[in-house]
Structure formats: structure tokens, C-alpha cells
Design a protein around this ligand. Structure first.
Ligand SMILES: O=P(O)(O)OC[C@H]1O[C@@H](O)[C@@H](O)[C@@H](O)[C@@H]1O
Length: 560
């Protein structure tokens, strides 16, 4: 594929930005067009049998407070067509090896293919093959039901009620985020810990509160070679054997979620207690795979299945909807519009939902590990900016910390706000929910309308020198996502996949490989070398004076 900047739609968008885009005044656009909300809002309805309420849940994506006209949208769609977004999407769903730097298919959609459509990689039916998607799901169902019912017992015959997931990156962030998001559905007698950091504090704190007789360890690692995970897992194993006086049965208390059977058995976990997946599942897309076992254990397999089904519904929408109606494609194209034509560097995602408090952290890996790339498909550096810096926190908290910059800073920060119409906790007669919703609406409105100097003056009693400080520029774009019910497993699945395919669309336009992550390697290699040097005499070799100086100081202060 050609670099995005060589496409005719790209230059066309540049002229369009000059003549139209940069002059759009959103509040006027709304005044001039009473139908603007309808024109730029898209909706997906999830099937009733998987939705959190008794009717199918609508999820509304209101794109109308973005800096676009109908013409802009047409031109962005043209860009997607010229960049081959649909062709690339179809290649992904056909199991082609679109991860071209690793020679792999990108097939996480197969993991949530609950309608069991034929999906093949290299001619192999990944759904029904022995050890394939359906077999692993069945293994997860049986195991999660046994643990939840107490039929699966620890070595002294007790039910396992503490789950410690040991994993990092995609083998941590998805499970943490989803179990937090679905806490309302979680087993009340279960305690979950997610240990990821190599900082010994993380595993120590989890173990300090755990009883080896009732603890189940999930060692989650696609490769089973990640230093943090293998080290934490070994520490957990030693603790378990020590606490049980060598009588603890590893087979009853340790399972592995991985693609690497030989490393799993080397670690001491029986292959029968391994939940597998394939190399075509990228780490940041692995919550749908065996890596999601903690989710299935916590919320039950039926809910895990609904989670997959909600994701599948968004997959089908992405596959079938024409680009102009295609929700994730529009999200991705807007990101390109702001990144490449307005010079925006960031993408804020703020869920007005406490259960979604780890959602932005999850999306950081999804977006930035996927599209934090410079090199395009022909090996040359992109002549344009690529992946934005994604950040966020739940609201209303974020409003009281960094929203100052979003409202009055010098940067343009395209923002997504997410709200569920129904709360799982309608306390104080829904007062909290109404206040939450009023903030969700008010923030997007305030960012758009701003406040002029005249309006500040009209408030009265404002000394003239303070007027400029109280002005809000406004015209700051937001996308408002409204879940027309509560956020249950299916709704959450669909929301995640919206961001997955948004990220896909961005990468497809930018002509980069969104599916490798070579950028995480260099630091790992250097850390290995330095680890050895900590145990050797001196301050290492071949380092710059800063690294060498700090290494020496660390050893001196730390007593190493
Ligand atoms: O699941 P494992 O193989 O332990 O990898 C954990 C994480 O490691 C990082 O370095 C990246 O490669 C991530 O994409 C991955 O999710």
C-alpha cells in the first residue's frame, strides 16, 4: 500500500482543512443545522439475549460535536477507500498474514466468533480443530464451573477462592480491566489479585493476604518467557511449596494460559492444566482467549460468553457496515483527521463510570503499542504523525484534575466521553446517576461552546484584567458514547472492539503494521545486561556516564 500522504484524498483533505475544517465553529454548525445530531450519530443494537437488560441494548455514538461537515466525512471515507481500509479489514477476517513483520495472521476475532462461522488460517479451521477455539472455550467452561462450584478443590480439600493472575502487558491489562468493569457480576466469595510488576512489592502484597490452601495461580503469558512473569511465577511457586511444607499439589493450584507448552511443562505445570491459544492472537488482543480465564472464573462462563458475543456483534458491524455508517471506521478516521490535519497529539478517553476506571489504561496498550510506529509498509519512515498519545481517567474525577488543560490549554485534545444510561448502583434514588449524567453532558457542551469575553463581562463583577483568564475558547471536539442500558458483559465487549477497530482503521490509513511491538525489545535486552552487572564488581561497562554513574550509586546506596 502507498503511504497515506501520497493519496489524492490526503491532499484533498489538506485543502479541505484549509478552506473549511479550520473555520468550523461547532456551536454555529449546531445553530445552522437542527439535524446535526441525527446526521452524525450512529447506533448499534446488541442482540437482546446477550444484553444487560431485557431488550437489546443500543449503543449510541454521537460524532456530531466533532470538527466535521458532511463533506469532511465524505472525504475521510474517500481516504479510507484509497488507503484500502476495507481490503485490509477483509484480509484480517480472512486469516491472511497481515502482521507482515512477524508473518502472522491477526485473528483475535476468531476467539469471539460465537456464531461459529468458518475461520481458517493456512487452511486450518481454527474454530473446530483439535485444541482450537471451541475446545479451549469448553475447557475454560468446565474448569471455571468446577472452581466456582467448589468441585475443583485445593490440596487440603478446600474450595479455591483466591485467584492470583500473574502476567504483564496484554496478559494483565485485559483481565484487570474487565474484571473491574464487571465487578457487579463477580463472585462475591472470590478475591482477585493481578500481579504484573517485577517490583517485588506486587507479588509480596498479593501473597501476604493469601492462604495457599485456597489460592489458585493463573500464570498468564503468551510466550511464557517474559522476565517479569516467569520471575513472579517462580516466587509464587516457591512461596506455595514453602508454605505447604512441600505437600502442596502444584497441579491443583497452578494453571498456565499460554501458547508455549514446552516452557509451561518446564515450569512444572502439567500440559492438562494449560489453556492454549495461537500465535495469531496478539498480546493486547488476548483477553478474548485463554488469557481471559480470570474473567470467566470471576463472572462465570455464561457472562464470559456474553462478553465474547458483544464483541462479535461489533466485529460483524465493522465487517458489514459501509464506511460512512461504520462506527469504528468513523472513530479511526476522526483520529486521523485530528492527528494529521489539526496537529493533535493526544486522544483522551474519559469514562463517566467508576467500573471502567482501568479502561483508559487498557486502551493505552491497545492504541499505543499498536500504532506507536514510524515505519510504513515499504520500510520507509512515515512523513506524517501516527499513533496519538492516548490517556484518560474516569470522570467526574478527571474533571477535578487535568481537565483544566483540556478546557483552557494550548493543545487540541479530541476527547471521548462514555456513559451508561443505567447504573448498577442507583443509590440515593439515582441522584448520583443523574449528577454523573449531567456532568457527562455538561463537559462536552462546555468544551464546545466555551465562554467569550463578552459572556464573562456580562456575568458582572469581573475585574477587566481577569476577563481573559476566564475565557474558554470552546470549539473543542468530543465524541459522546451513550450505552442505552447498563454496562454488562456484552456492552463492554462491544465497547472494547469499537476501540480495537478504531485502532485498526488508523493503522490501515497510516500504512503501518499495527500488530507487532518491536519497540518493547531494546529495553528488555539492556535490562538483562545490567542485571548481570549489578552482581559484578564496578559500575558496568560500555555505558554513558549517566547510566554508569547511576548504576554505581544504586549499588553503593542499596548495598549491592
Ligand atoms: O504474554 P507475554 O508473552 O508474557 O507478553 C506480555 C507483554 O509483553 C510485552 O513486552 C509486549 O510484547 C506485550 O504485547 C505483551 O502483552
Amino acid at each position: 500500500m502507498a503511504p497515506a500522504s501520497s493519496l489524492s484524498a490526503w491532499s484533498d483533505l489538506h485543502s479541505h482543512h484549509e478552506s473549511v475544517g479550520k473555520n468550523i465553529v461547532l456551536k454555529d454548525a449546531f445553530k445552522n443545522d437542527p439535524k446535526r445530531f441525527d446526521k452524525f450519530t450512529r447506533k448499534i443494537t446488541l442482540p437482546a439475549d446477550i444484553s444487560s437488560g431485557s431488550n437489546g441494548t443500543d449503543i449510541i455514538f454521537d460524532f456530531s460535536k466533532n470538527l466535521i461537515t458532511e463533506e469532511t466525512l465524505d472525504k475521510l471515507v474517500k481516504l479510507a477507500e484509497e488507503a484500502g481500509v476495507e481490503k485490509k479489514r477483509d484480509a484480517m477476517f480472512a486469516g491472511e498474514k497481515i502482521n507482515f513483520t512477524e508473518g502472522r495472521a491477526v485473528y483475535h476475532a476468531a476467539l469471539r466468533n460465537v456464531s461459529n462461522q468458518a475461520m481458517k488460517v493456512d487452511g486450518v479451521d481454527v474454530m473446530n480443530a483439535k485444541g482450537g477455539v471451541n475446545d479451549v472455550l469448553e475447557h475454560m467452561r468446565v474448569f471455571s464451573e468446577q472452581v466456582r462450584s467448589g468441585e475443583w478443590k485445593g490440596y487440603t480439600g478446600k474450595k479455591l477462592t483466591t485467584i492470583i493472575n500473574v502476567g504483564i502487558g496484554g496478559s494483565d491489562l485485559g483481565p484487570v480491566m474487565v474484571t473491574e468493569a464487571l465487578k457487579h457480576y463477580g463472585a462475591k466469595d472470590m478475591t482477585l489479585h493481578f500481579v504484573s510488576n517485577i517490583d517485588g512489592t506486587h507479588i509480596a502484597e498479593a501473597l501476604a493476604n493469601s492462604d495457599p490452601e485456597t489460592t489458585l495461580f493463573l500464570i498468564a503469558s503468551k510466550t511464557f518467557t517474559t522476565a517479569e512473569t516467569t520471575t513472579n511465577a517462580n516466587t509464587a511457586k516457591s512461596w506455595f511449596l514453602e508454605k505447604t511444607g512441600g505437600k502442596g499439589d502444584i497441579a491443583k493450584h497452578f494453571v498456565a494460559l499460554s501458547t508455549n507448552e514446552s516452557e509451561v511443562t518446564k515450569f512444572g505445570i502439567d500440559a492438562a492444566n494449560m489453556f492454549g491459544f495461537e500465535s495469531w492472537v496478539g498480546g493486547r488482543y488476548s483477553v478474548w482467549s485463554a488469557i481471559g480465564l480470570s474473567v470467566a472464573l470471576y463472572v462465570g462462563f455464561d457472562n464470559f460468553h456474553k462478553f465474547l458475543a458483544g464483541a462479535h456483534a461489533m466485529d460483524q458491524h465493522f465487517q458489514q457496515a459501509p464506511l460512512r455508517e461504520n462506527i469504528p471506521a468513523i472513530g479511526g478516521l476522526l483520529s486521523v483527521w485530528y492527528s494529521n490535519f489539526y496537529g493533535a497529539q493526544t486522544h483522551l478517553v474519559a469514562p463517566f463510570d467508576q467500573y471502567l476506571h482501568r479502561f483508559p489504561a487498557y486502551l493505552q496498550q491497545l492504541s499505543m503499542e499498536s500504532n506507536g510506529k514510524t515505519i510504513t509498509s515499504d520500510g520507509s519512515p512515515a512523513k506524517y504523525t501516527t499513533g496519538p498519545i492516548l490517556f484518560g481517567e474516569p470522570c467526574t474525577n478527571a474533571q477535578h484534575s487535568f481537565f483544566q488543560l483540556v478546557h483552557q490549554g494550548t493543545k487540541l485534545i479530541p476527547s471521548d466521553f462514555i456513559l451508561a444510561a443505567k447504573s448498577h448502583n442507583p443509590v440515593s434514588d439515582n441522584l448520583h446517576q443523574k449528577m454523573l449524567a449531567s456532568n457527562y453532558l455538561a463537559q462536552a457542551e462546555a468544551l464546545m461552546v466555551g465562554k467569550t469575553a463578552e459572556e464573562v463581562r456580562a456575568e458582572g463583577n469581573v475585574p477587566e484584567e481577569l476577563v481573559p483568564h476566564k475565557v474558554f475558547m470552546g470549539n473543542r471536539p468530543t465524541t459522546s458514547i451513550l450505552v442505552g442500558g447498563a454496562i454488562g458483559p456484552a456492552e463492554l465487549g462491544a465497547l472494547i472492539v469499537y476501540y480495537e477497530h478504531l485502532t485498526f482503521t488508523e493503522g490501515a490509513v497510516w500504512d503501518i503494521n499495527s500488530f507487532d511491538q518491536w519497540g518493547v525489545e531494546l529495553g528488555k535486552v539492556l535490562a538483562k545486561k545490567i542485571l548481570k552487572e549489578i552482581d559484578e564488581e564496578g559500575a558496568g561497562s560500555g555505558h554513558d556516564s549517566s547510566t554508569g554513574g547511576l548504576l554505581g550509586a544504586f549499588k553503593a546506596y542499596g548495598g549491592f
